[in-house]
Design a protein around this ligand. Structure first.
Ligand SMILES: [Cu+2]
Length: 633
């Protein structure tokens, strides 16, 4: 299938077998004969997953299997792990060796990727990048020593399997004392489920722009629009940003919506109301994972404050909030305490407001609290965009910014694209640590904005805004204007500074690009199949500037290495993340210690964006012209 543009889906063509399976799914899902309905009650429900310890002697076995489960009261054809969706919660202990035998009981290849876990690249589980995949009937043994602790998750990296339930949570217990103090803990896995075949969903996205949006988008060329209305530059940027926001609100907030999705918390819908038990006064640790294919959730527990203690498995200085947005593939741990013996609703509203997942926190089963009203899709005006306006002013005052923007060199090796350098303001020696390298890049007071440049990223890109801005204090569209305290990236400070916080000496600008007309997504205008490997040099500290040229959020995930997120404060306190969300028209910077030999995946974690080309292979090399390190071992 020529649509398929990711390296992780070998043999994804619509083979006869695939066609037959699709037919069977359609039968089960749509033609609900009385006989099927009668047996529906006998189906096991999604959400009955257990817990396994992968660092216990002998290791564990996982069986991947297609199975019909009861999902939202209906038979859903799922990919299960040990019979359940989500798969079992896997617990491990830091410093120990995990041994996990994965048995493929399907008629198609599969894989498991251990999201956020540092490990040898051939244990990372990405078919075509780090191993061959697990063939039907085969068993693959994953074996790796845990060099970290915290809350993570795992999922398939084969085709669109993740959309069908192939995911679960990972918990790595700290070897030493846990700095987080709690009495009870609960696993909260958020996800999106569709009764459609995921390949059908993808095909619809490819063939009809905005298929799952309730309102069809109007994709006008804003540059022409601005010219036609005789707007000045500032005005044009302003109206473009306004348009961006409004367009996102009305249409483009999510590619795939409640029109097809049921939203799940631990495999259960809001009606099924999964309940988590905690007594008054207890410190409850909620381990939140967003295992969705495409859905961002805004999570709150009306009446309770949440204290964020961990982000992407890394302990952070506690931040008390009322709400947080969890991007696809992120994890957050929060502590809450029930003040009384009443029930509280865990409410996870989708970013586009087209649905929600829900659970209950209560001292006993059977209790419930009101479900909050769904908020309307926000429509922002220029007056609401104070932050944007502020940024525009600071942009004008920025010295040395490359406004001209000859971006003709976007093709080829992104890393050596000298014409697309971000110009830093004259730098203050006090800002840089004493170990500063002669060519070290600044680590504080980074530029607030960068021009997107003209739309010359090729057919794979439609540039939507003139500039990308730092948005570290912005919780995201539709949040932060109703008096609630909403988590922002600028509030995340790592609890213990990791050993390597050298200033980086090399940087790569990565434009996130897309074309909604054809549903092509990529970087610097290129989808995966047209791209070269990104080369990271072993031992270097590397900076990546993400420049989001699109109107969508993209959760960027790097395998095998941490990304230290520039959060606008003390360099040593920058949070370490495996997935960073890049907001529409955002400039976001991460620094990486390149300490993991091998070949790694680097991609947008929106499943259909990844499949449509928003994917790069990263090779860790000895020198920038050389082969990947693993090639000569
Ligand atoms: Cu994306």
């Amino acid at each position: 299938m020529k649509d398929d543009d990711a390296p992780h889906n070998p043999g994804s063509g619509l083979t006869r077998r695939r066609f037959l399976l699709t037919g069977a799914t359609a039968l089960a899902g749509l033609t609900l004969s009385p006989k099927l309905l009668a047996s529906e009650g006998d189906l096991e429900p999604a959400g009955d997953f257990g817990e396994l310890d992968a660092t216990a002697p002998g290791g564990i076995d996982l069986y991947i299997e297609r199975k019909t489960l009861r999902i939202d009261g209906l038979p859903g054809r799922a990919i299960t792990i040990n019979g359940s969706v989500p798969g079992p919660t896997i617990r491990m202990t830091e410093g120990e060796e995990a041994v996990i035998r994965v048995h493929n009981r399907m008629r198609e290849a599969t894989s498991i990727h251990w999201h956020g876990i540092l490990l040898p690249f051939d244990m990372d589980g990405v078919p075509g990048i780090s191993f061959a995949g697990i063939a039907p009937g085969e068993t693959f043994t994953y074996r790796f020593r845990l060099r970290q602790n915290g809350t993570y998750w795992y999922h398939s990296h084969s085709g669109l399997q993740e959309q069908m339930g192939h995911y679960g949570q990972l918990i790595v217990e700290p070897r030493d004392e846990d700095p987080v103090d709690y009495d009870v803990e609960h696993t909260l896995v958020l996800s999106d489920w569709t009764f459609e075949d995921p390949t059908t969903v993808y095909k619809k996205l490819k063939s009809f722009e905005g298929y799952y949006n309730f309102q069809r988008p109007t994709l006008a060329n804003l540059r022409q629009q601005a010219d036609a209305t005789d707007q000045g530059l500032g005005e044009a940027i302003g109206s473009r940003l306004q348009w961006n926001r409004m367009r996102m609100d009305s249409t483009d907030i999510a590619d795939v919506t409640g029109a097809t999705y049921s939203y799940l918390l631990n495999g259960r819908t809001a009606r099924e109301n999964p309940t988590f038990i905690a007594g008054p006064g207890e410190r409850v640790r909620l381990r939140l994972t967003n295992a969705s294919a495409m859905t961002y959730f805004d999570v709150r527990i009306p009446g309770l404050a949440m204290t964020v203690v961990q982000a992407d498995g890394q302990n952070v200085e506690p931040v008390e909030v009322d709400e947080l947005r969890i991007a696809v593939a992120e994890t957050y741990d929060v502590i809450v305490t029930l003040p009384d013996a009443r029930a509280y609703t865990i409410f996870a509203e989708t970013m586009d407001r087209s649905g929600y997942a829900r659970g209950t926190l209560a001292p006993q089963q059977g209790m419930s609290a009101p479900i909050p009203e769904r908020r309307t899709r926000p429509l922002l005006t220029m007056a609401d965009m104070g932050m944007m306006h502020g940024d525009m002013e600071s942009m004008e005052g920025m010295e040395g910014m490359d406004h001209g923007g000859d971006h003709s060199a976007h093709g080829g090796d992104e890393a050596s694209d000298s014409k697309d350098k971000i110009r830093y303001p004259p730098h203050d020696e006090h800002n840089v640590s004493s170990v500063a390298h002669r060519h070290a890049l600044p680590v504080t007071d980074l530029p607030m904005s960068v021009p997107h440049g003209p739309d010359d990223h090729g057919a794979g890109s439609i540039t939507m805004a003139e500039n990308a801005y730092r948005q570290l204090d912005d919780p995201g569209v539709g949040l932060g204007d109703d008096g609630r305290r909403v988590l922002t990236y600028s509030q995340l400070r790592i609890l213990e500074t990791p050993p390597d916080r050298r200033p980086p000496t090399r940087e790569i600008n990565l434009h996130l690009t897309g074309n909604m007309h054809n549903y092509i997504w990529g970087f610097n205008g290129k989808k995966w199949s047209e791209s070269e490997m990104l080369r990271f040099k072993y031992g270097e500290r590397l900076r990546i500037n993400f420049i989001n040229d699109t109107m969508m959020n993209h959760p960027m995930h790097l395998h095998g290495m941490w990304m230290d997120l520039y959060a606008g404060h003390d360099y040593g306190k920058n949070p370490r993340k495996h997935t960073v969300n890049v907001q529409p028209a955002e400039l976001l910077t991460v620094d990486i210690s390149v300490d993991a030999p091998g070949q790694w995946a680097f991609h947008c974690h929106l499943l259909y964006h990844m499949k449509a080309g928003m994917f790069r292979t990263v090779a860790v090399v000895r020198d920038l012209k050389g082969e990947p390190i693993y090639a000569d071992r």
